[in-house]
Design a binder for this molecule. Structure first.
Ligand code: C2E
Ligand code: CA
Ligand code: CA
Length: 670
């Protein structure tokens, strides 16, 4: 070190000597010294010689001094002028060069940043891509493989680089083909896409779709470089199937769900090839099980019940869980007696004693049956009539099988009474709205409220919307109810807006019935347009049913709402009422994850990866997600972990009356 420093110093000195300005300074000094010396030596002698008279000599002496200063001044001026001129030219040249360098440097810095960014980007893509990415050189030698590729093939990057490379991966019988492909890739400008396969370290064969291309024409080491990107076709298919499965199957029992059942019925009607029967089953005392030993046990029972049905129906029968404790079976039709026999023998198996935790439950089932084409010519009519027959069998003392008859509808007091009561209820203002708060799950901020309809009957007491809305939909009373709901909800919203709570969203449910009826939708929308509220904070929740036939018209109506700034939420996502297809078809902004789906999160054996993927998919597709029915901290934590931003549920808050909301907002603001 010391030695280096000394050397450095020495060099500095010799450098200085070599500098032209040092030489110039010497030159100026020498010229001045010579002139000054000569002047001192000679000027007095010359003067004495010319002016021997002392007096004149003395006065001349002064002029000589002035002359000396004049001459030396001129001399110094001329020398400096010449030097400075050269220096100035030099300086300008350097200044220009410096500016140029500065510009180049700035460019370089920019380029460097860009390169680092590109490199990072590339690295990230390569690290996280769900595809195999292999780079290789002119001789076919593997240069790198990404982590996903390592996982899929079972080989480490080292093993592939240092070992026989492609020979390890390519199936033996394909090897010569691979060499041909290699030459083809070398000659092509664009990417070559071809089918291939790899043999993994543990000997499995995985089909791969490859895309290969020249990466660099000339790499640092001289040769060309190539990249091959491979997609695992099986994995992709599996993933797509999982998502499809989720849309069409019930997560609890794994049976087809209502959506799939409705589509199956529609398909049978379309195909016109045969008549069929639908048995609509409802467990008589399921509520008992749930209430006395809890939801978890209820779920265990439903799985057991589903399996019992599956084990005791003929292979051609199609079994689905329609929701809750309702199941349906689609039978090929032979004769009325034949169907009755089949359902009776099934009930012998399902209507048994079920024991759980040392408790015994006597299981009975009520069944309604419809026949096609006798009892209806479309899916919703058939299902509605099957439901009516099932309720009639319940009314007649439960635990029986009834075929649908047209006079059941009138006989059906459930329908008749309820329909009359609904009319009365609306006339006598027995309805009111409650609001369920929705929160941001990260910040716990209140972000919105869902308006839910309530019916307090003077003698019957509280009637659940789950019971009266389906009937109101069938009788057409839903139109009037929903006109009342939208008016009430918007009146309340404008009050909240005036109180400064305008930032809180209002969600309002809209039935498919109203959405698919041109006149009733127009009337409903007319009421909606009468209010002077912030429409961008209004969300309309719709659900999927197989009933939406005029897709184009429904899209048109939703777009009318969207033009006002209103957002559309797809309700009950994950129950099968709502599927991914729906998201593609309709202009949806928000997905509401169904309660049953949230329940499944903490259930044993449920694929949490699937839930994670659904949330990821929703995020990727830029859908907002609101989780429904959050009941436990565990569920909430998992949702947060999986990037689900908002939610509602009993854990956060039950639906509240307007007075309670008022208190909530007041406390919230403190
Ligand atoms: P929805 O739209 O899916 O509403 C959510 C339902 O889940 C509400 O039941 C709510 O009280 C309930 N819920 C919320 N959090 C939890 C929870 O943590 N656990 C459990 N177990 N349940 C929770 P509700 O009020 O009985 O409404 C039932 C359905 O009736 C609604 O389901 C909606 O489809 C329909 N509905 C309610 N009000 C209206 C309305 O104004 N118009 C229309 N068309 N339908 C409505
Ligand atoms: Ca809803
Ligand atoms: Ca829902």
């Amino acid at each position: 070190m010391m030695k280096d420093a000394k050397l450095h110093k020495k060099n500095k000195k010799s450098d200085e000597k070599n500098m032209p300005y040092i030489f110039d300074a010497y030159k100026v000094a020498i010229v001045y010294a010579i002139f000054g010396g000569l002047w001192i030596l000679l000027s007095d002698k010359i003067l004495g010689f010319i002016f021997p008279d002392l007096k004149t000599y003395k006065s001349i002496q002064t002029y000589k001094g002035v002359l000396y200063v004049l001459i030396t001044t001129l001399l110094v001026y001329e020398l400096l002028r010449r030097r400075l001129k050269l220096w100035h030219i030099e300086y300008k040249k350097r200044e220009e060069a410096f500016q140029e360098l500065k510009l180049i440097n700035e460019e370089l810095v920019k380029l460097d940043a860009e390169l680092t960014y590109q490199k990072k980007l590339n690295e990230n893509i390569i690290m996280e891509a769900p595809s195999i990415i292999i780079t290789w050189d002119d001789t076919g030698r593997i240069l790198s493989i990404n982590p996903f590729g390592e996982k899929l093939t079972g080989y480490t990057e080292e093993e592939l680089i240092n070992g026989p490379g492609w020979k390890l991966l390519v199936p033996e019988e394909r090897f010569y083909m691979a060499i041909d492909t290699y030459f083809e890739i070398k000659d092509m400008d664009e990417a070559l896409i071809y089918d291939g396969a790899v043999i993994t370290k543990d000997g499995r064969r995985v089909d791969i779709l490859w895309s290969s291309k020249t990466l660099f024409q000339q790499s640092d080491e001289g040769g060309k470089k190539y990249v091959s990107i491979g997609t695992d076709l099986e994995e992709r298919k599996r993933y797509e199937e999982k998502i499809k499965h989720m849309a069409y199957y019930d997560t609890l029992t794994n049976l087809p769900n209502r959506l799939m059942f409705e589509q199956m019925v529609s398909k049978h009607i379309r195909d016109k090839d045969s008549s069929f029967a639908i048995a609509y089953m409802d467990i008589d005392n399921f509520k008992n099980i749930n209430d006395s030993i809890g939801h978890k046990a209820g779920d265990v029972f439903l799985k057991y019940f589903a399996n019992t049905i599956l084990e005791n129906v003929e292979e051609s029968a199609f079994v689905a869980r329609l929701g809750g404790d309702e199941f349906a079976i689609l039978y090929k039709y032979d004769s009325k007696e034949g169907i009755l026999e089949k359902v009776e023998s099934l009930l012998k198996q399902t209507n048994r004693i079920w024991s759980h935790d040392n408790r015994l439950f006597y299981i009975s089932t009520s069944v309604g049956i419809v026949l096609y084409p006798e009892n209806g010519d479309n899916t919703s009519e058939l299902l509605m009539n099957a439901d009516i027959a099932m309720y009639a069998s319940k009314r007649e003392g439960r635990n029986r099988i009834l075929f649908y008859k047209s006079d059941l509808m009138e006989e059906n007091s459930r329908y008749g009474d309820m329909a009359n009561n609904l009319q009365e209820g609306m006339d006598q203002q027995q309805f009111y709205l409650v609001y369920q708060p929705q929160y941001n799950l990260y910040s716990k901020e209140l972000i919105g409220m869902e308006a839910l309809l309530r019916w307090e009957h003077p003698s019957e007491g509280f009637i659940s919307p789950g019971d009266f809305i389906p009937i109101a939909e069938r009788t057409g009373q839903i139109y009037r109810l929903e006109r009342w709901v939208i008016r009430k909800a918007l009146e309340q919203r404008s009050i909240w807006e005036q109180q400064g709570y305008g930032y809180i969203q209002t969600s309002i449910n809209l039935s498919t019935k109203t959405l698919t009826s041109a006149i009733n939708f127009a009337e409903w929308e007319q009421i909606l347009s009468e209010y002077d509220v912030d429409y961008s904070k209004i969300i309309i929740e719709i659900t999927e049913t197989a009933d939406i036939l005029d897709v184009e018209n429904v899209i048109g109506r939703l777009n009318i709402l969207k033009k006002r700034g209103i957002r559309i939420a797809l309700d009950d996502f994950g129950t099968g009422y709502s599927s991914l297809n729906y998201l593609k078809k309709f202009p949806i902004d928000i997905i509401k994850l169904d309660r049953s789906f949230i329940n499944a999160i903490t259930e044993e054996g449920v694929d949490t990866l699937l839930i994670k993927n659904i949330l990821k998919l929703a995020n990727d597709l830029k859908f907002e997600v609101i989780a429904e029915g959050i009941e436990t901290y565990e569920q909430m934590q998992l949702l947060v972990d999986y990037n689900c931003e908002s939610g509602q549920g009993f854990l956060l808050s039950k639906p509240l009356t307007v007075e309670n909301i008022f208190n909530l907002l007041n406390n919230y603001n403190k």
